[in-house]
Design a binder for this molecule. Structure first.
Ligand code: NI
Length: 182
């Protein structure tokens, strides 16, 4: 089932999300719905607060990048109760966008590699270092669980330049191909 996407201005996007309890009902169904919602919107990542649930859960789909980056062939995963244990001092800048902030793309500087832990969709624990595009998307999605958005990372000058667009968005003027809740 495709879920409506919460858009900038929705208070849910600014909440600190709660851990997913071990007995959370219908967790698999929720993960499937998040996969479907992300793919319908052509996203590479989607966090639970973006579909209105204040839970520490996100999904990542990097298969669309596999033409250039074969290591991401069929890469589709859920991350439950993730943590970032450590981040490299080495940073890099990449352009980011967000399904909750449609039409905006901005350069964001983030650590290049991150040491993370999480449970996968079978609730198996993982402890690993991520790099490249995956490290980038993981950090972007992790921010959503902290009530943070990628536009919080951009310079005040850049923010000034897109201020009007962001304000319009918070007032419900949104143009995108998927169902939204603004
Ligand atoms: Ni996002």
């Amino acid at each position: 089932m495709i879920l409506p996407m919460y858009i900038l201005g929705q208070p849910m996007l600014r909440k600190h999300a709660e851990e997913v309890p071990a007995d959370y009902p219908k967790l698999q169904e929720l993960i499937q719905n998040m996969f479907e919602t992300m793919q319908h919107a052509d996203g590479v990542g989607l966090a639970a607060p973006q579909v209105g649930l204040p839970l520490r859960l996100f999904v990542i789909d990097l298969n669309a990048l596999s033409d250039d980056m074969p290591q991401y062939k069929d890469f589709l995963h859920a991350y439950i109760n993730p943590t970032i244990v450590e981040a490299s001092e080495d940073t890099e800048t990449m352009e980011e966008g967000c399904l909750s902030v449609p039409g905006i793309h901005e350069n964001v500087r983030r650590p290049k590699t991150v040491h993370v832990t999480y449970l996968d969709e079978q609730l198996q624990p993982h402890d690993e270092w991520l790099d490249g595009f995956l490290a980038r998307v993981f950090q972007h999605e992790y921010d959503h669980l902290q009530g943070k958005l990628f536009i919080d990372h951009i310079s005040s000058l850049r923010k000034q330049l897109i201020k009007k667009k962001l304000l319009a968005m918070t007032k419900g003027r949104v143009s995108c191909s998927y169902k939204v809740k603004s």
